[in-house]
Design a protein around this ligand. Sequence first.
Ligand SMILES: [Zn+2]
Length: 363
Amino acid sequence: MEQEKKVSDLPAEDRDAFTLVNEVSAISANIPGSSASKRKIRNDIRAYFGYFGMPHLFLTMNPNASHSPLFQVIYGDDLVDITQRFPDLANSVNRRIRVASDGVAGETFFSHSIEIFFEHLLGWDHETKQSKPRGGIFGKLRAYYGTVEFTDRGQLHGHFLIWLEGGLNPRETHVKMKENPDWQRQYFDFFEDIIRHHAPDIDIDIDVDPDFEPHAQGPPDPNDPLFDVEFPYEVKRCADVLQKHNVPCHKVCFKYGSEDCRFGFPHDIVPESSFDETDNSISLKCLDPMMNWFNPYILTFCRHNHDLKCILSGKSAKAAMIYITDYITKDDEQMHHTLSMFAAAVAKVADRVAHSDNPQDQT
Ligand SMILES: [Zn+2]
């Protein structure tokens, strides 16, 4: 109908129908997982690519509500003291029941976790929408774009495209790689520093305690005089528990009819980072084929599984782009997605009312 004539030429009832559809889309575009939101994401990403060029990092964050001390407090458990490194928590069955029974608390926990992560670890100023003068663990960010997805367990995880301040586009990077070996070394040093593919090579054999639950504990204190000595051990313990892929793969690895592990495990071992001039491919060092890429500071301070990829390097580039394109185009609104969408919508409305100056909104 839209192609045949102008909306204003339609009968009044049809015009009303168009208005209704547009208003429903405008509302649902703000609800994660809805079709309208996916359309908006696709358009937004196109605009970001057009303006900022190719992003440099692709990050997936999986804050784990059921194990998190912070979630228990948001849920309303006043007995949990989050100033303690090892707080006492309800048992894991009760914690899972809490997550399942309060989607709004789950959404609040997720949003808050991501907000403080960007502010304190990545040095992002949410007020001015730019990096703070000191930057963060990746240096300064030029921009980032995030999408939220619901896991099969009804929890939220986020995918983020990140553009670094001073980062070059692929063509400039390839030219510099060919012409300047010092620059090439610096490029590898930078990415090997922020993205690790193996636990620290510590001589002393650490047997990780089977009861070690990094999700359920607080982060180490950076002001502790022993922090620098203890840090590599904490990274090793957390990496072994949080970043190792299951051997053998779980059923979820073969979802959507995939014959190989859809997360790409085992990864190819790359003893040294390298650049191949023949096809302009970049391969970053990868020493543990079953370890997911991680950043040591995100690992120890956020205490959940995550995945960090350099978008220009080898298979990571293709995997990241295919994943995000797939995600924003696939349309599988199952019941648990729908319920989680409602929770997100309720949390957004509650947040808006809490921040509204209109007293009528607060009744
Ligand atoms: Zn697998």
